[in-house]
Design a protein around this ligand. Structure first.
Ligand code: TRP
Ligand code: SF4
Length: 400
């Protein structure tokens, strides 16, 4: 059908940190070499939770894009754009909303979870309920079949697949579909045609999966049908039609090993981050003051690396040799914590130096960043328009 296409979005939270880098960006950078990739700033999604305090969404988008580029996302390989600059997403969201059962949205687990978690906000809004549908539109409008996301977004991907299926089912019928299918059934010949109809009825009325399988087997061994008729009958059997929207698959991003300074997940809301553009002095200070194994009250007290967030940093940054030195030195009180942190400080600074250099150059040259995004938006729009033509036509809105 269509070639592999990767799409992913990130809500604009301003400048990014090492958690984003190790969790998401390094993955994007790998994918851009293997697939056609589209990456975008999900600014409308930011508004679903921050509608009452939009703050500086625009500034946050630019800072985030600078960090993408500085980290190595390559605009000659991937298409980078801003969701709200490709308004076709909004049209698809609206059209999909017509056929989206409310119950499907209410059952998405993040809906109730987030409402319960973010109690300081009133999230009983239309837009927040529609979060997974807007995300579905983002994906389906590009017929993207691979969507790199973290574990937390998997239910949204499942939802997008169900929407695509329902859409194809409702609107994917070619003109004269029923008649063409009926004619193809006749071509099967008396006995087979009768069996096919029986199996189809059993599957469609009773959900009998075995009947579906038998029906498919029957078609597979049929010799006297054209390819078009065969495909029609496969679709007719399952109740689907032509594929207008592609069902996307989650490309699950492995959970990042990069912890925050306190050993919890690195997140702005926990105040435990190292920003990609953190000043070297500040990086050094933050790591020097990181908590360690509480058992090491005095320098002479031995410790256990497994109880220490610094050890998790070593997992990300250190060679086997350095790690052996930490194990030995910590458990025997042979090294002090400041000493132990030194190689981590050096490794983080070394990782950040080229990123910061590129970020500085991009910050001084905002036109370059704006042009990259303008080009990306234009490319994205072209792809989105193609899908929208098919979508409008299938929903009876082509007005040609
Ligand atoms: N909801 C995603 C997140 O919070 C961001 C997002 C919006 C997205 N639209 C998307 C991710 C489409 C992948 C594909 O991380
Ligand atoms: Fe943590 Fe290293 Fe101190 Fe051990 S020596 S407690 S691993 S910082």
């Amino acid at each position: 059908m269509y070639a592999d296409r990767v799409l992913s979005g990130m809500r604009p939270t301003g400048s990014l940190h090492l958690g984003h880098y190790h969790g998401v960006l390094k993955n994007w950078i790998e994918l851009q070499h293997e697939y056609e990739c589209l990456f975008f700033a999900a600014d409308w999604h930011a508004l679903t939770t921050h509608y009452d305090s939009p703050g500086d969404i625009e500034g946050n988008v630019w800072q985030m894009v600078i960090d993408w580029l500085a980290a190595g996302v390559d605009p000659s390989k991937a298409t980078l754009f801003i969701q709200s600059r490709v308004i076709e997403h909004a049209e698809l969201h609206l059209l999909l909303s017509m056929m989206t059962p409310l119950g499907w949205l209410e059952r998405v687990p993040t809906y109730k979870d987030q409402q319960e978690k973010l109690t300081e906000k009133d999230l009983s809004t239309y837009g927040f309920l529609g979060y997974p549908l807007l995300m579905s539109a983002d994906i389906l409008i590009y017929r993207a079949n691979r969507v790199p996301v973290g574990e937390d977004q998997v239910p949204h991907l499942e939802f997008a697949r169900e929407i695509a299926r329902r859409f194809n089912h409702m609107y994917g019928k070619e003109p004269g579909y029923e008649e063409r299918a009926a004619a193809a059934v006749k071509k099967l010949g008396g006995k087979k045609a009768k069996l096919y109809e029986e199996l189809r009825t059993r599957y469609r009325q009773q959900g009998d999966e075995a009947a579906l399988e038998s029906g498919k087997a029957l078609l597979a061994e049929t010799q006297n049908l054209s390819l078009g008729d065969k495909e029609r009958l496969y679709g007719y059997l399952e109740g689907g039609g032509k594929m207008i929207l592609t069902e996307p698959q989650a490309l699950l991003t492995a959970a990042s090993k990069m912890p925050g300074l306190d050993g919890q997940k690195m997140s702005k809301s926990y105040g435990n981050t190292i920003a990609l553009r953190e000043e070297p002095d500040s990086v050094t200070r933050k790591i020097r003051t990181m908590p360690t194994d509480p058992a090491r009250v005095r320098r002479t007290d031995p410790g256990t690396p497994d109880k220490c967030p610094v050890w998790q940093f070593h997992q990300v940054y250190s060679s086997a040799e350095v790690k052996a030195w930490v194990q030995q030195g910590c458990t025997s009180a042979g090294i002090g914590c400041i000493e132990c942190k030194q190689p981590v400080i050096e490794a983080v600074l070394k990782e950040l130096a080229p990123i910061q250099e590129r970020a500085r150059a991009l910050t001084e040259d905002p036109d370059t960043v704006k042009n990259i995004i303008a080009d990306g938006c234009e490319k994205a729009r072209e792809l989105a328009r193609e899908t929208m033509r098919d979508v409008r036509e299938s929903m009876g809105l082509s007005f040609g």
